[in-house]
Design a protein around this ligand. Structure first.
Ligand SMILES: Cc1cc2nc3c(=O)[nH]c(=O)nc-3n(C[C@H](O)[C@H](O)[C@H](O)COP(=O)(O)OP(=O)(O)OC[C@H]3O[C@@H](n4cnc5c(N)ncnc54)[C@H](O)[C@@H]3O)c2cc1C
Length: 492
């Protein structure tokens, strides 16, 4: 942090280098604004990052990537800015290993996928169910980039919404009131217990909740995640966020790593951010602020009155237990992402499934020669209550599962390390170490989700706790929306 940065009044200061903040930062940089991005860590990306240990490059959090197809937020960002990402499409996107030892492939092509679902879950109503879900998911993606002033919280949001209104949008409104459980009942699939288990575990990956709580708009889109282009970024997902940081640095901006925002106020009409770089404290000044950290953290930083926000507390949230394993592979995988449904829940954290992602076999940049790397993640509910635990016990249970499913051989394991909610709080600063955004709850309709406006003046918020949140596509869209609302408010 140099004196020049500390002395001037910046056009915009953005807190965090998560996918939400980097999206807003790049769009502002494209418009010519000088953007200072503060990141408390040495590496950018937050939950989308990669790090090096003992010769292996592990993913920090996210491993699957969608959002590069037509009508999707990441594609919008790349098209707007001209940023290039080296991403390679996966075929197939995912495999799922059920409790009854049956494995299935989540083909991207919808007809291939329906045939696979019929093979495994029986012919009854699978086609009708999946065709409906796919139709809803296409509607959600197409509409999300058309309605960038959603959710409306001011009169001025309504005009662009009305301009972009299409009658068919009304037809889907009732899907926001209906649970996935009700949809399964409608298709007479609730008695198909193996299918219900499958849907529940798949929803957990993207919606962080189960059929009773996830609405059809979100749930159908989450279930059809694999029916869109799924991508792998060679070298790890750090290579998704680093080009965004480079773009900011190349366009008058600056990404200041190891710089933590510790308090924000606004004494004389200019935002003042108390920040710490290593052991030194600075006061930084800005005309506008965007916070890309969770609302729970943002409101603790902000010593100014803010607009009403609905905060979720630990009991409603989830964190992750994750494992990185460097090993010598005994076979070449034909798919890199796998969800394994467990016969017995994991000890201590009671998770019913684990998600396993391997490095792409063609990607030799993440391991020493002849080796492979995998990441495992699973859910930890109520992270404040389950902040730390004996991670060896959970780790061993996961390793045993990986061996049983033939991903690994014990003697080939070279390096293992595990992270609990406390590690997540250390890495990302997120309160309680909760990750994955605010889970879906039926009572929170899309239009009641948190808006990007923070103080009703020139402070905004994005990331996976604001609309629409969750996952890389959701966080990226939240960043686009924060930028659009700044425009709509005449702040930029
Ligand atoms: C284990 C795991 C697996 C996941 N898997 C997937 C997946 O496969 N696909 C997918 O799409 N999504 C996945 N997700 C979710 C997805 O990664 C996140 O929802 C999304 O990346 C969150 O982005 P964000 O913008 O909210 O910011 P965050 O990722 O939370 O980043 C915020 C950044 O701000 C920094 N920061 C915090 N406080 C301060 C401060 N005071 N000052 C300065 N900097 C600060 C943090 O260090 C961090 O870098 C996964 C998440 C986890 C944890």
């Amino acid at each position: 942090m140099n004196v020049e940065i500390a002395d001037k009044i910046h056009d915009v200061i953005i807190i965090g280098t998560g996918m939400g903040s980097l999206t807003t930062a790049c769009l502002l940089a494209k418009d010519g604004y000088e953007v200072l991005v503060l990141e408390r860590n040495l590496l950018p990306g937050g939950c989308v990052s990669s790090y090096y240990r003992k010769g292996f490059v592990f993913e920090a959090g996210a491993t699957t990537l969608v959002g590069l197809d037509e009508h999707m937020p990441l594609k919008y960002l790349l098209d707007e800015t001209g940023i290039n990402i080296n991403a390679q499409q996966l075929d197939p996107p995912m495999q799922v290993h059920l409790k009854n030892n049956v494995s299935l492939t989540r083909h991207q092509d919808i007809d291939d996928w329906i045939a696979e679902a019929e093979r495994v879950f029986g012919i009854k109503n699978q086609r009708a169910f999946w065709e409906y879900c796919y139709k809803v998911s296409r509607f959600v993606w197409e509409t999300s980039l058309q309605q960038l002033s959603f959710p409306p919280t001011q009169l001025r949001d309504l005009l662009p919404m009305a301009k972009n209104f299409r009658p068919r949008q009304l037809g889907y409104a009732k899907a926001a009131f209906t649970s996935m459980k009700a949809l399964l009942a409608k298709y007479d699939l609730l008695d198909n217990s193996s299918f219900v288990d499958f849907v529940n575990e798949q929803l957990l990956i993207t919606a962080q909740n189960k059929i009773e709580e996830v609405n059809v708009l979100f749930g159908a889109t989450a279930l059809c995640y694999t029916n869109y282009g799924n991508y792998y970024v060679p070298g790890g997902l750090i290579n998704l966020v680093q080009p965004l940081c480079d773009y900011i640095n190349d366009h008058k901006g600056y990404v200041a790593t190891r710089t933590k925002a510790i308090r924000i106020d606004k004494p004389n009409g200019v935002y003042q951010i108390q920040a710490r770089h290593r052991k030194q404290e600075f006061t930084l000044k800005a005309k506008r602020i965007v916070s890309g950290i969770p609302l729970n953290n943002t409101l603790e930083l902000f010593s100014l009155p803010t607009r009403k926000k609905s905060l979720m507390e630990s009991a409603q949230l989830v964190s992750a237990f994750s494992l990185g394993v460097g090993f010598r592979p005994h076979k070449t995988p034909d798919c890199i992402h796998h969800q394994i449904h467990l016969k017995q829940p994991l000890p201590l954290i009671a998770a019913d499934s684990i998600f396993v992602s391997l490095n792409h076999p063609d990607d030799l940049s993440r391991t020493p020669e002849g080796m492979a790397v995998l990441n495992v993640s699973t859910h930890v509910h109520h992270p404040e209550k389950n902040y730390t635990f004996d991670k060896e016990i959970v780790q061993q249970s996961i390793i045993n599962t990986l061996i049983k499913h033939d991903f690994l051989k014990q003697e080939n394991i070279q390096y293992v390390h595990a992270s609990t909610p406390s590690s997540w709080e250390n890495w990302t600063g997120r309160k309680y170490g909760f990750v994955g955004g605010y889970p879906q709850y039926l009572k929170i309709k899309p239009w009641r989700m948190n808006d990007a406006r923070l103080d009703g003046k020139a402070a905004y918020v994005c990331g996976d706790t604001t609309y629409p949140g969750q996952g890389i596509p959701g966080a990226c869209l939240s960043g686009i929306i924060a930028y659009q609302k700044m425009k709509l408010d005449g702040i930029i």
